[in-house]
Design a protein around this ligand. Structure first.
Ligand SMILES: Cc1cc2nc3c(=O)[nH]c(=O)nc-3n(C[C@H](O)[C@H](O)[C@H](O)COP(=O)(O)O)c2cc1C
Length: 214
């Protein structure tokens, strides 16, 4: 097999990222970019790749959905016993990345993940549709299973068990907040002279800003 992709090439011309036009705090720039992209992109703007360093020594990346962000950090929900959950327990340093193709933008966040307060996970779990709640309850995320039928059978049993009852949040399911230490914004430009602006958190909690060579 030999699939030559060397002629895949695109000129990036949709925007610019200049120091004259950026805030001191990167979360404000994130918000601006997020909403600009979201206003014309029809996909999931909040889909992001989370990379962890696994117990086997390999990095692993997977997509999750960003559910909230504040000045403090980025929140997503998952199973704490999943492969990513175990990786984070051993090493909370993670990387988040967003590729917003329609805007020719990328954002890369290095940060530390920590579990959010239980009452916040409860609040979000309660807001989810019942189907998603049962899905979280039935799935021992990242564990091998015999086949699809056993999963569907377990779901059916849970549906019967919880008929007309409130579904409790499984204790191994909840949110992580990723508190950023570095955020890089990448805007594609013509001739590969892309704009890259990196914010790095200092000990005094101010951010320093550097332009990086593309
Ligand atoms: C668009 C999209 C959104 C996803 N959102 C989530 C999510 O919010 N939380 C989650 O645990 N998994 C989500 N997943 C599934 C994860 O990519 C992954 O399969 C799962 O979390 C197990 O990962 P792990 O075994 O590496 O821990 C999503 C996948 C896709 C493609």
């Amino acid at each position: 097999m030999n699939d030559d992709l060397s002629n895949y090439r695109k000129s990036y011309e949709k925007g610019a990222l200049l120091e004259s036009n950026i805030p001191d705090n990167p979360m404000e720039l994130f918000k601006k970019w997020f909403h600009e992209v979201d206003s014309f992109f029809t996909g999931e703007t909040n889909a992001m790749t989370v990379s962890t360093l696994g117990l086997d020594g390999y990095p692993k990346s997977r997509v999750v959905l960003l559910k909230k962000y504040t000045y403090e950090g980025f929140i997503f929900f998952t199973n704490y016993g999943s492969e990513k959950g175990k990786a984070i327990e051993a090493n909370p340093n993670v990387c988040l990345s967003f590729f917003w193709q329609a805007a020719e933008r990328q954002v890369i966040v290095k940060g530390k993940a920590e579990k959010i307060a239980e009452n916040l996970s409860d609040g979000y779990f309660e807001s989810r549709p019942r189907g998603s709640q049962l899905g979280a309850l039935v799935s021992n995320q990242s564990q091998p299973i015999a086949n699809r039928e056993t999963l569907e059978e377990s779901l059916k049993l849970l549906e019967e068990e919880f008929i007309n009852k409130e579904i409790p949040r499984p204790k191994n399911w909840g949110g992580y907040i990723v508190k950023p230490v570095e955020i890089e914004f990448w805007q594609g430009r013509p001739n590969r002279l892309h704009d890259r602006i990196r914010y790095t958190l200092q000990e005094d909690y101010n951010w320093i800003i550097n332009r990086l060579s593309p």
